[in-house]
Write a protein that binds this ligand. Structure first.
Ligand code: SAH
Length: 220
């Protein structure tokens, strides 16, 4: 059996990962700082602790995945969140992306379909004292109308089409970052900006996310 990495080792790996993100082009110091403050080992299943600081997506419960650190950093950077902003995340998963955002904005609202994933994510937020994250179980493609409008929306599961309710819940001059694609091989990350005149869409990166699924799973 391999001994679990101790705190010094975890810090070393975390700093190495942040340096790697810089080399890969992540330039926003606030984003790099937030990535450094969030211990990814807390968000991966115990069997993967050893690999928590590799730049890899990893499996989590319920057949879902925690995104690759580069993709989390990239999406956070292009979201350009400010300290006073209200951000909606669709797809809490492990809670890692929400934890990174929580260091950069006023409040994160995060929605997840699986009750068990959300219970574990909430426990991690408590453990790390991240008190500006509010979560709920539900179909995030419907957004969170009671808390709308949002300055920014980030969707961390791939949609077939951009959900209309999410556009509706975005502030004017706000934007949404969302992976869109019909198949896993054909997904692109889109930035959709809402203006007085309509929507402006920019294609950012090819990506691979688990699908955004409508409705709730039976087992919740
Ligand atoms: N942001 C997560 C990535 C999780 S993967 C992290 O940092 O770990 C995407 C997540 O989206 C999965 O947990 C999946 O269950 C969830 N999901 C898929 N469709 C959804 C929907 N319609 N509403 C809410 N969550 C959804």
């Amino acid at each position: 059996m391999v001994a679990a990495p101790d705190e010094d080792e975890i810090d070393t790996r975390k700093i190495a990962l942040v340096m790697q993100l810089r080399r890969q082009g992540i330039r926003d110091a606030r984003v790099l700082n937030a990535m450094e403050r969030v211990p990814r080992d807390v968000f991966v299943p115990k069997t993967f602790t050893e690999r928590a600081y590799e730049d890899q997506a990893l499996p989590i419960e319920c057949g879902q995945t925690i995104s690759q650190p580069y993709v989390v950093a990239y999406m956070t950077e292009v979201l350009e969140v400010g300290p006073r902003m209200k951000v909606l995340e669709v797809g809490t998963g492990s809670g890692y992306q929400a934890a990174v955002l929580s260091h950069l904005c006023r409040r994160v609202y995060s929605i997840e379909r699986y009750r068990t994933l959300l219970r574990d994510a909430d426990a991690r937020f408590r453990k790390l004292d991240l008190s500006n994250i509010t979560t709920k179980t539900g179909d995030g493609s419907k957004g969170w109308p009671e808390q709308a409008p949002f300055d920014r929306i980030i969707v961390t599961a791939a949609a077939q089409e951009v959900p209309f309710d999410l556009i509706d819940q975005l502030k004017i001059d706000g934007w949404m970052i969302i992976p869109v694609g019909r198949t896993t091989e054909d997904q692109a990350l889109l930035k959709i900006r809402k203006t007085e005149e309509g929507l402006e869409q920019t294609k950012l990166l090819p990506v691979r996310f688990v699908p955004l699924v409508e409705g709730l799973p039976k087992e919740t």
